[in-house]
Design a binder for this molecule. Sequence first.
Ligand code: NAP
Length: 315
Amino acid sequence: MISPKRAATVRIAVVGLGKVAREQHLPALAVEDRFTLTATVSPDDAGLPGIPHFRSLDALLDTRPALDAVALCTPPQVRSALAAQAISAGLHVLLEKPPGTTLTEVEALTAQAARAGTTLFAAWHSRFASGVAPAREWLLGRTVLGASIDWREDVRTWHPGQRWIWEPGGLGVFDPGINALSIATAILPSPLRVDAATLAVPLNRAAPIAARLRLRTAAGAPVSMNLDWRQTGHQTWDIRVETDEGPLLLAHGGASLSLPGDTVAPLPDREYPALYERFHELVRTGASDVDLVPLRLVADAFLIGCRETTPAFDD
Ligand code: NAP
């Protein structure tokens, strides 16, 4: 067993140089002096100038690199095998969301990381949106009467050509929808459960393009959820919570928060910088953070959901 390192500066490799790695992880790491980008891994990408690049994690690990951690930004279907390999090599692991394709595989990784003494971080990036912490704080101590989650976006704009997202384990519209659940489960003072779901699955796809869920808090407040990937024009990523003191609106995926009688202007987007701060703290303190609740709710929706077949959809 290789002993994991807990140095002040974490040498990290980014695995899977796709959309989220290039738009979020690499820019966040470029300004984060507690991490050093040491390598990249991606089968069909040329990599970055001056940074060693490998076609597979195997190829990187074969070089016995001076490395402390990996950020796994691949599609979820290949992520747990890569994570298991990285943990076996004594590396700390950041899992992009969703942390895996099944609850069991993530539980196995959690146990493996605990045995190995490495940090495992299931990184729910939307929880780091600037309105989420103040929303959670405001809702504490208030009575939640109900909530609605409205997450409607154009899949052709946000996921162009991503075949994996439509395949088993890709989650379909729950790929963005799980972000909403990661926020809702972070801000609502009482746990959520799924009572009913309808999943609309195109004739030519394995995963839903739209879904409607009926949920409830443990305290009995009804929560509705409307996910749709066929939205053109205005895009909506809103959570509205009705309370005994008026409504809270968390809009733009958690980036802006409106409270009764008061509007908080959107703060600068610090989702990924804040996410890496959290990862560094976990590595430094020898802790892990793997919250499975959002994935469990999606699994429950798939378990009890009625399926409706909709016309074939091509992107
Ligand atoms: P993507 O654009 O399809 O990128 C995934 C990349 O993973 C591909 O470029 C592919 O590399 C690489 N890859 C596939 N198999 C690999 C393997 N075995 N080893 C190493 N690399 C491998 O997908 P994405 O949008 O970045 O999403 C990736 C994950 O991040 C998903 O779980 C998604 O939910 C999450 N996420 C996405 C966004 C977003 O805005 N897109 C935001 C937050 C989170 P090659 O191109 O080299 O083949």
